[in-house]
Design a protein around this ligand. Structure first.
Ligand SMILES: NC(=O)c1ccc[n+]([C@@H]2O[C@H](COP(=O)([O-])OP(=O)(O)OC[C@H]3O[C@@H](n4cnc5c(N)ncnc54)[C@H](OP(=O)(O)O)[C@@H]3O)[C@@H](O)[C@H]2O)c1
Length: 306
């Protein structure tokens, strides 16, 4: 069997580490992050992943450098879930190369997307993603913003049967798609749904979609947990309330993430983060206590009064 570039890099790193008297990087102990099970398989994933819609920086080495460091820290702290998409400019290519350089491919749970109306178009997308990401198969394939879903869902199931992907999902971050999302979730078998949910600016998905996902045994990836991030400018002038310590929260990033993750249907949140300090802050939200019902209500009241 030919050795993939990923396997080759991994073997090279292991040899280098062992000959230096150390242990391979992928065998180093990881910080214990809270993990949750994917209902359809029981496989557990850490509750914080990374969204990469700002990773499409092309070949520019200067722009790649902070992303490499952010990914290195993400992995070092125990992160595994990466969400990307062909629509995020060159993100898949950048990720493939950075993951290869860092030698962390075997620890990554890679989620990407398809967005074509035809089987041929989606087939080309899958082949391109596999090639750019340098992964032999994709962990989670998702129909992006429900584009071409009638074709995409059966096609993704075929790919799953053929072991070209491991899980099937759909995504949205638009409220005007919630009704269609609900119809699809009621009538199709899906391993994952990806939905926006944020204390900052969008809690409507908690009304029907998140409970429906729980009822249907679907894992939930929470996208845009900061509502895109503009809220941080406003929060910079607001002190964190003392009672945030009751759920081991020390920053606004953690305040927002712990709100999203304490919804009973949430499996994993995928904040966009391109800076090491944001990775460190956000990964801490995958540790310690979560807000209970009363604290969640207090969080909502606090935000509504801002
Ligand atoms: N329909 C879909 O499928 C869909 C739609 C939208 C998004 N998504 C996915 O969801 C991911 C997240 O969405 P998003 O990136 O648009 O929005 P987001 O996660 O709500 O916000 C990201 C912004 O918050 C900043 N940030 C991150 N951690 C922070 C912290 N601890 N303190 C202060 N600022 C912080 C980031 O800055 P830095 O970058 O400077 O670190 C970035 O500007 C995307 O990357 C994508 O993977 C999917």
């Amino acid at each position: 069997m030919p050795v993939s570039r990923r396997e080759f890099t991994r073997a090279g790193l292991a040899m280098a580490a062992l000959s230096a008297g150390g242990v391979p990087s992928f065998a180093l102990a990881k910080t214990k992050l809270i993990a949750r099970a994917i209902p359809s398989s029981g496989e557990r994933i850490p509750i914080i992943g990374v969204g990469t819609n700002r990773y499409g920086v092309g070949d520019d080495l200067e722009l790649r450098q902070p992303l490499r460091e952010a990914l290195r820290k993400f992995h070092e702290l125990g992160g595994t879930v990466i969400d990307t998409a062909p629509q995020y400019r060159s993100s898949e290519a950048v990720l493939g190369e950075l993951i290869d350089e860092l030698g962390i491919g075997d620890d990554i749970f890679m989620a990407t997307k398809i967005d074509q109306e035809t089987r041929g178009g989606n087939e080309a997308r899958l082949q391109r993603s596999i090639s750019l990401l340098e992964f032999p198969s994709i962990d989670l394939m998702q129909c992006h913003n429900l584009i071409g879903w009638k074709t995409a869902i059966p096609q993704m199931h075929d790919w799953k049967t053929a072991k070209r992907i491991r899980y099937v999902g759909i995504t949205t971050s638009r409220q005007n798609q919630y009704e269609l999302m609900e119809t699809i979730m009621k009538s199709h078998e899906l391993d994952f749904v990806q939905i926006n949910y944020s204390l900052a600016d969008q809690r409507e998905s908690a009304e029907r979609l998140l409970p429906l996902a729980a009822d249907r045994g679907m894992a939930v990836l929470i996208n845009r947990p900061f509502g895109g991030g503009n809220v941080f400018a406003k929060l910079a002038k607001t002190p964190l309330p003392e009672w945030a310590a009751e759920f081991d929260c020390a920053s606004w990033g953690q305040f927002l993430l712990k709100y999203a993750l304490s919804h009973p249907a949430a499996t994993c949140a995928i904040p966009g983060m391109t800076k090491v300090r944001h990775v460190e802050d956000n990964m801490t939200a995958a540790t310690g206590r979560m807000p209970d019902k009363d604290l969640r209500r207090r969080q909502e009241k606090f935000f509504d009064a801002l």
